[in-house]
Design a protein around this ligand. Structure first.
Ligand SMILES: [Zn+2]
Length: 464
């Protein structure tokens, strides 16, 4: 498989450290709020990568952290504690917030057919591991204690800007925006490994450490959790492109200083989801979540397909109009597949030939849009329906779109929802609540469902 590697900024053949095995690490969510669909784009594409590696025969172990110790609203060591903000907002404890939004995250993942990683490790489980790693970094001369905090000394590295796509100028911008720049740092790029002093007095979760009561910096989480579960050699580290700097840059700095050798060979970064105005932000306009899409009548898998239609290394522009187009395409595709008959033996030779096209697409830096084209090619292929269905079922192990089972489920869900609304409307009419009855009829009409009053009762049909 050819993969683009942010480290070196070019495509190359993927070769794991140990033949046949892939160690994969994913930066998990900070669980202080619902996940934005922009973040979920990253998890969808990582899921496809993992599933395709398995499809290709690799034995994959994937680990993800859950950031449940407060990390800061800015990715630099400044800003407010996100977890604490969430707790204040909702009048809950930090651990209640963490539990609630961890569950919410995995519910979203389930709806999007994102497989749960083999190991999911909350940061609060690993405080001793973080302390051990920070101690080792001090012993090796890569970290120093100043003003109550432990910092990583980036001047000890030969090359701090490992990805090459960031430089000191980019950092200047960040520093300028940061009014409270940290006087204790020896170098601008140094970052905190352990805090005992910070801007906020009321940090909720604190632990004892050799440097005083405090809490870990964010970056140490991922290095430590990855090494704990996947050992000294990591094959693929994934994340959103936002994380490349400073988060992943700092992960590499501390991991390689700690291990004394190269740590991770491939860095897989997924580009942003934008709206027409540019980058989507959580603070502007409508906060887009899976539940919001569902409340507007979208099947979450339509959003998954929307993501698969474009390449992970290109920014993707979101609009309801494009999502509607995907919804139509998805419905049509699922209908076509569900009409495939069970007409005999699977043609093995033909199925291998069709599979070859699919692999060719995904082997080329995970080209999922061509992977989807391969599904249409199967439908057009000259072979029997049983072969087509068999091949599409295989592809769907990677695509995760429920291509061979979606329609039946959806239809029955829709049926029962409409029947319920019709019953509600009948009750409203019996109560002479005409406004409510009309509203239900109009809402359904807006979803292209027309109600027909007949002597035998209310019937409905789909219109276009
Ligand atoms: Zn991370």
């Amino acid at each position: 498989m050819i993969l683009y590697n942010t480290l070196g900024q070019k495509k190359s053949e993927f070769i794991p450290h140990t033949e046949g095995k892939v160690n994969m690490y994913t930066c998990g969510p900070t669980v202080y709020h619902y996940a934005h669909i922009g973040n979920l784009r990253t998890y969808i594409m990582e899921d496809v990568l993992e599933k395709y590696l398995r499809y290709s025969g690799y034995d994959v172990t994937r680990v993800m952290n859950i950031t449940d110790v407060g990390h800061l609203t800015s990715d630099a060591d400044t800003g407010d504690d996100k977890m604490l903000e969430g707790a204040k907002r909702e009048h809950k404890s930090v651990m209640e917030i963490a539990k609630f939004y961890t569950d919410a995250f995995f519910e979203d993942c389930k709806k999007l057919n994102i497989k749960t990683p083999d190991v999911v490790e909350p940061a609060t489980n690993c405080i001793d591991d973080f302390i051990n790693m920070v101690s080792a970094l001090i012993d090796k001369g890569y970290a120093y204690f100043a003003g109550g905090n432990v910092y990583f000394d980036t001047s000890k590295l030969d090359n701090y800007y490992v990805f090459g796509n960031m430089n000191a100028d980019d950092l200047e911008v960040g520093v300028r925006e940061d009014v409270d720049s940290d006087e204790n740092k020896r170098n601008k790029t140094d970052f905190v490994l352990w805090f005992t002093k910070s801007k906020f007095e009321d940090q909720a979760l604190k632990w004892d450490s050799p440097w005083g009561v405090g809490y870990p910096g964010w970056h140490i989480e991922c290095s430590s959790i990855s090494i704990k579960h996947l050992g000294e050699y990591l094959d693929i580290h994934c994340g959103g492109v936002d994380n490349a700097f400073p988060h992943h840059t700092n992960e590499i700095a501390q991991s390689e200083a700690f291990l004394g050798h190269k740590w991770c060979n491939y860095w897989f970064h997924v580009l942003h989801l934008n709206d027409n105005t540019g980058k989507m932000s959580k603070s502007k306009g409508e906060f887009l979540t899976v539940s919001l899409l569902e409340s507007k009548g979208y099947n979450p898998l339509v959003y998954r397909m929307f993501c698969l239609q474009s390449h992970y290394r290109k920014p993707l522009t979101f609009s309801y109009e494009s999502l509607d187009n995907t919804a139509k395409a998805y419905d049509k595709l699922v209908k076509r597949i569900s009409s495939l008959k069970n007409d005999g033996e699977v043609d093995k030779a033909k199925s291998e030939e069709l599979d070859g096209k699919f692999r060719e697409a995904l082997d080329n830096d995970l080209n999922t849009s061509l992977g989807l084209t391969a599904v249409y090619d199967v439908l057009k292929a000259e072979t029997n329906d049983a072969t087509k269905r068999y091949v599409i079922e295989k592809f769907d192990e990677v695509l995760g779109l429920d291509l061979t089972k979606a329609e039946a489920e959806e239809a029955s869900d829709l049926d029962s929802e409409i029947e319920e609304l019709i019953a509600k409307r009948q009750q409203a009419r019996a109560d002479r609540n005409w406004a409510e009855a009309d509203k239900i009829r109009d809402d359904l009409l807006a979803r292209n469902i027309k109600l027909i009053d007949t002597p035998e009762g209310v019937k409905w049909k789909k219109i276009n």
